[in-house]
Design a protein around this ligand. Structure first.
Ligand code: NAP
Ligand code: MG
Length: 813
């Protein structure tokens, strides 16, 4: 006779399927054929091609949707443009009501949305019902709040305009919410393209919008990557993209130099770090959630397990035992853990990766569990014993495949965690709060979950470091993707990018031969002037240019007033190396207190002011401007240093009010090494206005001063020398701005580029930055009033100087 316990242990779960009938009825109402949603109407373009969307769990056809071409995309963009003016003028408090109504209706249609999501995508109903749809509603509530507060809390900002949004198939509704809610809350209108595998819930969502929003505010167009590309080249003011790093790169290049704003949420290979003192059983459950949630098709999936060596065997043993109990099957069954892979092609890619891992020497583990006979199911998979450099460890697999590595010391754990070109998320497990938070602060990722994983909420920003993209979605910081400073018009650069496929040419620099000396006499003196060629400033030292060439500096009348070093690639590389070392070396610039950085900025201001008259003379000499105007520039530069001395200890971040019980802290971390090309206007103030916010927030910089008027910058290193600025924090390389920037953009150790040169140069910077997805900030050759506080300082600068990391720390039982 079996005991009750045995019966309980051997008892099979019965299926508990959710009914698809309401969804089928809705699909039938539309004859399983959908048009495009433009201006609150269904548009069935004449002669359109259709493509099918399937249910990956049984491969049945669900419905057909339109493959939109450029003409349809343009029509949708025109609809959004038509709606923009009045939507933008609609008071925020009124827009709040619209968003609130959408949130309410998402809740009313919760079940229909969830079931359709599971049918179209293959994800377990438990997830779509308990996570995707509730978060969708949550985003509309949250951003209804920001619409309500916009006029008082964001009064220095305005909407961006018409936004094109492109989303992937892994969280069709959630990604739609992340994109649409903040955009329309801030007064923009949108055209969104869902992924071709999963267009249906976006179309169901439009029926909610139809009854609520004015026509043209939200438009949904379907199609594949070509439709996406057409949207990117259409007359939009911004592109917001979530998807692969590969396509993100294409979009960066396609929008380069156009003045369209761009945010990219890209791929990842996120570490899941388990220290020896972690609650191992809790961590095993964490792994299950990290890598088998949504079949591992999660951008921030904890796909690289990094476990301390002395507990690794035990941990892997527990994990394998847990995997034997995973239930893979019908997504509509409420009791399953894993549903189906979205598409056959994706299934094959995943399988190919597993084979690659095995060929790279991995030991493969897949539990002996039953899979349904039909449908795109894949076993939860673990690959152990791989080298950290193996492709299966480095590349995003985007499926239910976990790779596992081991480490000995906490330092090694952080090194392994950061040994990736991505930086989207990380999960850290330890019962030692010091250790866990120390690792969390050192891992380069946009979200770090301590003793938890895959936490999301509208009140917290989400987005990547490095090749995981730039820009944030969610939280207050997510708003800035959909806002522009009030004074700034949509940049319309005076430069036409070369046709696609044309090789970009960024002029090679040929060093000019400097003029031979002529006997210059100092004013009224009969002795020759002391010859002085300012050097470059690298690692806190004055150094001669590597190439031993100089550039001649002329005054406004064309007379030679000096020479500066003509920097080359080597000089830039040296400067980057110095900046990199200063950023990291103990205690690195980033690790200093804001108080300490603020003291140094005050000291710089003090020393600059002490030499006020000399800097005024220099500006007059170089630019031919009046003494009064030069004086105003120097005074403004001193004041600006004061501004950032102030900001040095007041922009650390904030506690986010998420749904987590515990703390979610948004930390404004420095970007790292920032390469800065200065404008020609205001040779001193332009330089200071860019250097000061960057170093105030803990970055180290490589400054390329105005090429025309470099002498204020070269005079300035003497100020730096006397102001306790550690060597390498500010490096100055003079020379041909375009040529030097090119080397900076291509440098792997430069984290961000700020460029205030020409429209053409801006194009090149944006284009070339795609190689490793550097964040860029360019001026498109458009004027900026550096003298004004509105345009020359403040939040825009601080925002560019930082990247947000959200650290989630649950508390209590
Ligand atoms: P994908 O291939 O990059 O596609 C994303 C979207 O871009 C789809 O709508 C796609 O259209 C469209 N697209 C493809 N080529 C395009 C082009 N040349 N121009 C414009 N649009 C184009 O990515 P996926 O395979 O769908 O999604 C998986 C990726 O998304 C993973 O890398 C994952 O990490 C990432 N992801 C990131 C986040 C995040 O927040 N960071 C969130 C979720 C997913 P079709 O697919 O319809 O053809
Ligand atoms: Mg589908």
């Amino acid at each position: 006779m079996s005991t009750l316990l045995e019966i309980f242990k051997t008892m099979e779960y019965g299926p508990a399927p959710e009914s698809p009938s309401a969804v089928n009825a809705w699909l039938d109402e539309h004859n399983r054929k959908f048009g495009l949603f433009i201006n609150n109407e269904w548009v069935m373009p004449k002669g359109a091609k259709y493509f099918a969307s399937h249910n990956p769990s049984n491969e049945e056809l669900l419905a057909e949707t339109v493959q939109a071409g450029q003409k349809e995309v343009d029509a949708a963009v025109a609809a959004a443009r038509g709606a923009f003016e009045s939507w933008n003028k609609t008071p925020g408090v009124v827009r709040a009501r619209y968003l609130y109504a959408i949130a309410r209706n998402v809740q009313k249609h919760h079940r229909l949305l969830a079931v359709l999501e599971s049918m179209d995508n293959g994800k377990p109903i438990r997830e779509s019902r308990d996570i995707d749809v509730p978060l969708l509603a949550r985003h509309f509530y949250y951003y209804a709040g920001w619409a309500q507060l916009m006029e008082t809390e964001l009064r220095d900002y305005q909407s961006v305009g018409v936004v094109g949004q492109i989303i992937p198939w892994n969280f069709p509704l959630l990604m739609l919410g992340w994109k649409i809610a903040p955009a329309i809350a801030m007064g923009n209108t949108v055209v969104l393209k869902p992924a071709e595998f999963t267009p249906l819930t976006a179309l169901l969502f439009t029926e909610i919008c139809q009854g609520i929003l004015p026509p043209g505010v939200v438009n949904i167009i379907t199609g594949d990557g070509r439709t996406g590309a057409a949207l990117v080249s259409a007359e939009v003011d911004k592109i917001a993209f979530t998807g692969s790093t590969e396509v993100g790169r294409i979009l960066r290049r396609q929008t380069a130099g156009s003045g369209k704003k761009l945010s990219l949420e890209l791929g990842g290979k996120s570490p899941f770090v388990v220290f020896e003192d972690a609650d191992l059983d809790g961590a095993v459950e964490g792994v299950v959630d990290a890598i088998w949630f949504n079949q591992g098709q999660v951008c921030c999936a904890g796909s690289r397990l990094i476990v301390q060596e002395n507990v690794a065997a035990k941990f892997i043993h527990k994990l394998k035992a847990r995997m034997e109990h995973m239930r893979v099957g019908d997504p509509l069954d409420k009791a399953i853990d894993m549903g189906a892979i979205v598409d056959q092609s994706q299934w094959e890619t995943v399988d190919q990766w597993v084979k690659t891992g095995v060929s790279e020497g991995a030991e493969l583990f897949q539990p002996d569990i039953k899979l349904p006979e039909k449908g795109l199911f894949y076993r939860p998979t673990l690959l152990t014993g791989l080298d950290p450099a193996a492709a299966a460890v480095q590349e995003e697999i985007f499926g239910p495949v976990l790779v596992s590595l081991t480490f000995r010391t906490p330092t090694e754990a952080v090194e392994l965690a950061n040994n990736t070109r991505y930086g989207l998320a990380a999960s850290v497990w330890s019962d030692n709060i010091n250790l866990a938070l120390d690792a969390a602060s050192k891992i380069k990722a946009g979200s770090v979950w301590v003793n938890c994983t895959n936490q999301f909420d509208a009140a917290s920003g989400f987005g990547g470091y490095r090749e995981s993209g730039f820009g944030r979605e969610g939280g207050k910081e997510g708003l800035f993707e959909y806002l522009r400073p009030k004074w700034m018009e949509r940049p319309r650069p005076d430069f036409t990018p070369p046709a696609e496929g044309t090789k970009t040419t960024w002029g090679e620099h040929v060093p000019a031969r400097p003029p031979m000396p002529s006997t210059q006499r100092a004013n009224g003196s009969d002795k020759p002037r002391v010859d002085r060629t300012p050097k470059m400033y690298i690692g806190g030292k004055q150094v001669r240019p590597d190439g031993n060439y100089t550039l001649t500096v002329l005054d406004s009348g064309g007379e030679v007033i000096g020479q500066v070093g003509d920097g080359n690639r080597k000089d830039i590389r040296d400067a980057v190396e110095a900046a990199h070392a200063a950023h990291l070396s103990k205690p690195g610039w980033a690790m200093r207190h804001g108080y300490n950085r603020s003291q140094i900025l005050y000291f710089i201001a003090e020393n600059l002011d002490a030499r006020n008259a000399e800097f005024v003379e220099r500006i007059v000499e170089m630019t031919g401007r009046t003494r009064k105007s030069a004086q105003a520039e120097v005074d403004a530069a001193v004041e600006r240093l004061f501004t950032y001395a102030a900001w040095a200890d007041k922009y650390g971040g904030e506690v986010q009010e998420t749904t987590l019980r515990g703390l979610t802290v948004a930390v404004n971390e420095p970007m790292g090494v920032v390469g800065i090309a200065c404008p020609d206007e205001y040779p001193l103030l332009g330089f200071i206005s860019l250097m000061a916010p960057a170093i105030a927030r803990g970055n180290t910089v490589v400054m390329i001063p105005s090429q025309k008027h470099p002498l204020s910058a070269t005079d300035f290193y003497q100020v730096l020398d006397t102001s306790d600025v550690p060597g390498g924090v500010v490096n100055i390389v003079t020379g041909d701005r375009e040529h030097l920037v090119k080397t900076l953009v291509q440098h792997e150790d430069v984290d961000s580029i700020w460029y205030f040169g020409s429209a053409k140069g801006s194009y090149h910077v944006e284009y070339e930055s795609a190689a490793n997805m550097k964040r860029t900030w360019v001026g498109y050759g458009l004027p900026r009033d550096w003298m004004s506080r509105e345009q020359g300082e403040g939040h825009e600068f601080l925002h560019e100087a930082t990247q947000v990391k959200n650290i989630w720390v649950p508390t209590g039982e």
